[in-house]
Every structure is written in C-alpha cells, then in structure tokens.
Design a protein around this ligand. Structure first.
Ligand SMILES: O=C(O)CCC(=O)C(=O)O
Length: 240
C-alpha cells in the first residue's frame, strides 16, 4: 500500500488493501477450506447460514502465512505499535440466502484504548476469499474518527455504515471497537472470509476462541505469538 496507514485509521477507523493476497494464494486457501470442511469437526454452525471455524490452525498450516503476510503485517505493526500480538483466527462461510436477508446486528467487538494514538485496543483483518459486491453478502462498518473513539462511544447505530465491496484477495483492516457487521443480501453466492485479531502484548487476551499452535511460537514471527490466551497455555502445558 502507498502512503501512511495512520491517516485513514485516524479519520475513519479502517483501511482497505486491494490485492493483499494473490489469485494463487486465494485459490490455495479456498482449497484448504474445502479439505478442512471434509475432515474437521471444528466448524460451528452459528445460525443464519453462518459457519465458522476458529481452530483451522489446529488441522492445517495453510493459513499461517495470512497472519504474518508481508502485505498486512508491517501495516498492522505501524498501526498498533511494536508490542503487537496475535489474538484470534477464524474462517467464516456465509451461505447463499433465498428468503429476505436478516438485518445486521450492529456491534463492537471490543472497547477502545484511549491512551493509544489511534485508540486501538484490537485490530481486525478480514480477507475476502470470494468476490464481494452489491449482489453478495459484504462487510459493513461505521466510520468513526479517533477523536470520537477516545470518548469511548458505546452506541450501536449502523445507519451510516459503509458497505465494503472488493475483489477476492482484498484485506480490510479495522479498529475492532468500531460498529460493524455483515450486510446480508438475497444472493446465490457463498461468501468466504478470514478474520484475524491482533492486540497489545501488555493487555489480557481478547478471547479463548483460538488455540495457538506451538509451531507459531518457534517461527520467524515468534514474538507475535508469545502472549498466548489461557486455553493455549493450558493445551501447551498438557501436551508439553
Ligand atoms: O461477517 C462479517 O462480515 C462480519 C462478522 C462480524 O461482525 C464479526 O465477526 O464480528
């Protein structure tokens, strides 16, 4: 990406990186999802046609590169700071919808961090793995400036949400404290996405959704994984 990521983040709390993943990478990841769906019992049916697996990293290493990808990690590190750490990983599939699509359930995933220059407690990356436009489900987010975030807003009004349409391979980086949800549409297309969360090493873990595989704590980006959540610590102790 060109230009500093700070300005769009300060201004509206998100930015878009088109072509973050190549066509070949997208294709490889979709094949890995197809394989995983055949063998894994870790997929959760979350209702309304939403299927999600927060533990794909357990059954395959095919997604490791998306967490540390050269097109996003330097940007994430610049936004969060050098104490950035990994928090959570999942893959989501939203099925086609033939009946009137459910309304969005506007929400904020986390609080803000008022002592951070961008009020960032947690940052989320969404990779689109299928093309997303006005005929498909899309991710939708309410722009909110850093000054608004510093006042720790708690509202859940999605009236001003922006629908983000982009090609497969696009990465969306957003402040997880922003108001957002999926905008579901009547569509014959499945939408596939990867959702990754990052935070600060000095704060408590965001969740216990994802077990961190030990291999990630040994690689080139080991420091990103050196503040595991509680469930990962327990698993590592048991299987030491
Ligand atoms: O599916 C989407 O586009 C949004 C999902 C979401 O809101 C979330 O995971 O918190």
């Amino acid at each position: 990406m060109t230009g500093s990521p700070q300005a769009p983040f300060a201004d509206r709390g998100y930015l878009i990186i088109p072509g973050a993943l190549s066509v070949d990478e997208v294709s490889g990841l979709n094949k890995a999802i197809n394989r995983d769906r055949e063998i894994s019992k870790l997929w959760q049916n979350r209702g309304n046609g939403r299927h999600q697996n927060p533990n794909l990293l357990i059954t395959t290493d095919a997604f490791d590169k998306t967490i540390t990808h050269r097109s996003v990690l330097p940007v994430i590190t610049e936004l969060i700071g050098p104490d950035v750490c990994f928090e959570e990983f999942s893959v989501m599939i939203r099925e086609p919808v033939v009946v009137p699509a459910p309304d969005p359930n506007w929400h904020r995933d986390t609080k803000h961090r008022s002592d951070h220059s961008l009020a960032l407690r947690n940052l989320s990356v969404i990779y689109y793995l299928t093309d997303v436009d006005e005929t498909t489900h899309c991710f939708s987010v309410v722009p909110e400036s850093v000054d608004e975030k510093r006042s720790e807003p708690d509202g859940r009004d999605g009236t001003n949400a922006i629908d983000l349409h982009a090609a497969a391979g696009t990465a969306i980086l957003f402040n997880a404290g922003s108001i957002h949800d999926a905008r579901q549409r009547i569509t014959s297309n499945e939408r596939r996405t990867i959702h990754i969360y990052y935070g600060h090493r000095d704060q408590t873990a965001l969740s216990n959704h994802t077990i961190f595989p030990k291999r990630l704590q040994k690689g080139r980006h080991a420091s990103l994984f050196d503040r595991p959540n509680e469930v990962s610590e327990r698993v590592h102790t048991v299987y030491e």
